[in-house]
Ligand binder design. Structure first.
Ligand code: PGA
Ligand code: ZN
Length: 421
């Protein structure tokens, strides 16, 4: 039985993500032809402290975005060091990948090559054991289905419209099951489409499937969301709340002031904090993600003091799924929630560690997709495995987003009456 779980092969290839950019897919094999597979996602508004995504830079292929070098690392050094190891030893495998890379930010092998293999090992292990991935990763206590924080209106770096805020999300707060919450979100999504049509606004979508109209101001987006919620027959503030990802690290300029590129406004940290306080007092806000920039710890401290007891303040570019940065945040009473993106850190083990550290310190964790996604649905499994209760995976449109929701429907079915929402 011991040899049954021995890794016999590791193989990677270049495939495409949802933006038509190349990305790494890896397969990990054990005996009897059982194998696991994973594809890594890719961000657009990436944080400067994220682990490094290795791209070829060869302008002759895919405008420099090819990942053949990263693929090559999997097919040589990574394969050599993993063949013969037990695929069930996820932590040991991930530590070996970190050791092999040898850098602080995974720049040598690339977080894309490392994560593809790390996730493919988990997938293979679950298949070898004949259990679902969420059960393999989370054990017998994995049972909480996450509430979707559904991004239905896009701006910022994800859309060519005039909105500075990157994501306007709806979160179903009264639904009693994932299935019902998803259905309600879909109704609001379609309701928003009708609202936009009635106003002769564009219903073209951004990278994460949300609509991307040009509006008079970012605040108009909140009003449209509320109109869509009410017209779908729900009460905003009761059945639905609103979440925002400002992705404000995209705004900051070298003089330390925030420069909102589309509206051409300039604000210092205090003015930005005042703006968010006003938004939180005016609208039913559940969470604000990256309301301050990734290096503006003072601004973060200020906003946490002012509204940290009212809403979730989510560190995405701030924490980059990195326990060192999260620890600094926890010690400084900064933010109260971490966004978890597996490719920001590069191994499944480190992502699980980040969730664990957050939970132990009373912080929430939200599993998240990237704006460049694929058919891979491991984030749905991880969300249930860690019982974090929240997931960000885009609009219910575009198959790379819908695949995550469909995976959660299957997980909810598998858990039958033991599923909690
Ligand atoms: P990204 O955006 O995947 O382009 O980084 C998602 C986010 O900022 O949450
Ligand atoms: Zn974000």
């Amino acid at each position: 039985m011991k040899n049954y779980f021995e890794i016999t092969g590791v193989y990677a290839r270049e495939v495409l993500d949802s933006r038509g950019n190349p990305t790494v897919e890896a397969e990990v094999y054990i005996k009897n032809g059982i194998f696991g597979r994973a594809i890594v996602p890719s961000g657009a508004s990436t944080g400067i402290f994220e682990a490094v995504e290795k791209r070829d830079g060869d302008k002759e292929r895919y405008m420099g975005k090819g990942v053949l070098e990263a693929v090559g690392k999997v097919n040589t050094v990574i394969r050599e060091s993993l063949v013969g190891r037990n695929v069930l030893s996820q932590r040991e495998i991930d530590m070996e990948l970190i050791r092999l890379d040898g850098s602080e930010n995974k720049e040598n092998l690339g977080a894309n090559s490392i994560l593809a293999v790390s996730a493919a090992c988990a997938d293979c292990a679950a298949k070898a054991l004949g259990i679902s991935l969420f059960k393999y990763l989370g054990g017998v206590n994995a049972h909480v289905l996450p509430r979707p924080m559904m991004n239905i209106l896009n701006g910022g770096a994800h859309a060519d419209n005039n909105l500075d805020i990157q994501e306007f999300m709806i979160i179903p707060t009264s639904a009693l099951s994932f299935k019902k919450g998803l259905e309600q979100c879909v109704c609001v999504y379609h309701s928003l489409k009708n609202v936009l049509k009635e106003k002769n606004l564009s219903t073209a979508v951004g990278d994460e499937g949300g609509f991307a109209p040009n509006l008079n101001s970012d605040e108009e987006a909140f009003d449209l969301l509320i109109e869509a919620i009410e017209k779908a027959g729900y009460k905003s503030g009761k059945d639905f709340m609103i979440s925002v990802d400002a992705a404000s690290s995209e705004w900051i300029k070298s003089d330390g002031e925030y420069h909102l590129p589309k509206s051409d406004k300039r604000l210092d940290s205090k003015q930005l904090c005042d703006y968010w306080e006003k938004i939180v007092n005016k609208y039913p806000i559940y969470s604000l993600e990256d309301p301050m920039g990734e290096e503006d710890w003072k601004g973060w401290e200020m906003i946490t003091k002012v509204i940290g007891n009212k809403v979730k303040l989510v560190g995405d570019d701030l924490f980059v799924t990195n326990t060192k940065r999260l620890k600094k945040g926890i010690e400084g009473n900064i933010a109260n929630t971490i966004l978890v993106k597996i490719n920001q850190i590069g191994t499944i083990t480190e992502a699980l560690d980040a969730v664990e550290m957050a939970h132990k310190s009373g912080y929430s964790a939200i599993l998240s997709h990237r704006s460049g996604e694929t058919e891979d649905t491991i984030i749905s499994d991880i969300a249930v495995a860690v019982n974090c209760g929240l997931i960000k995976t885009g609009a219910p449109a575009r198959t790379e987003r819908v695949a995550k929701y469909n995976r959660l429907l299957r997980i909810e079915d598998e858990l039958i009456f033991t599923a909690e929402f």
